[in-house]
Design a protein around this ligand. Structure first.
Ligand code: UDP
Ligand code: MG
Length: 153
């Protein structure tokens, strides 16, 4: 069970919050067996969002993306478990919801790329950077998921 400490940053975007998808998106990760180690609702500054999306600076959609992400609260979370970064991306579906498989979060709940309801880290390296950007260490809860023996062999 050594790799179960991998963590990813998942954020429910303003459209996901407005559409009442918070509980549904959390349930996808809970039901898969991942462990929630941090969660908060936040209204981040423009600068905070620009640093979060630093790799996209210069893209034509960048300003619109930042404006949209500033339009309402976001639910920021850290999830932990085996292969959670890659599996989190699979649970989200493709960036363009029209390319997302039915059954994924975006494939079930979204149509437009700019309203794809949820963010997920794209690599373990990005996850580490994003978790440190959104959470202080004392916001990451250290506890044992008692179900673990029922989820991992
Ligand atoms: N985005 C957009 N238009 C595009 C590409 C991306 O509005 O052509 C938005 C979309 O909301 C996406 C976010 O920018 O989720 C970040 O883009 P990225 O390529 O990192 O996609 P993700 O990692 O979220 O799947
Ligand atoms: Mg991305």
């Amino acid at each position: 069970m050594s790799d179960t400490v991998e963590r990813t940053f998942i954020a429910i975007k303003p459209d996901g919050v407005q559409r009442g998808l918070v509980a549904k998106i959390i349930a996808v990760f809970e039901q898969r067996g991942y462990k929630l180690v941090a969660i908060k609702m936040v209204c981040p500054s423009r600068e905070h969002l620009e640093v979060h999306y630093d790799d996209l600076r210069g893209k034509p959609f960048f300003q619109g993306l930042i404006e949209f992400m500033k339009s309402g609260p976001i639910v920021a979370m850290v999830w932990e478990g085996l292969d959670v970064v890659r599996q989190g991306r699979k649970l989200l579906g493709a960036t363009n919801p029209l390319e997302s498989e039915p059954g994924t979060i975006r494939g079930n709940f979204a149509i437009d790329t700019g309203r794809n309801v949820c963010h997920g880290s794209d690599s373990v390296k990005s996850a580490k950077r994003e978790i440190a950007h959104w959470f202080n260490n004392d916001e990451l809860c250290d506890y044992t998921l008692e179900l673990k023996k029922s989820i991992y062999e």
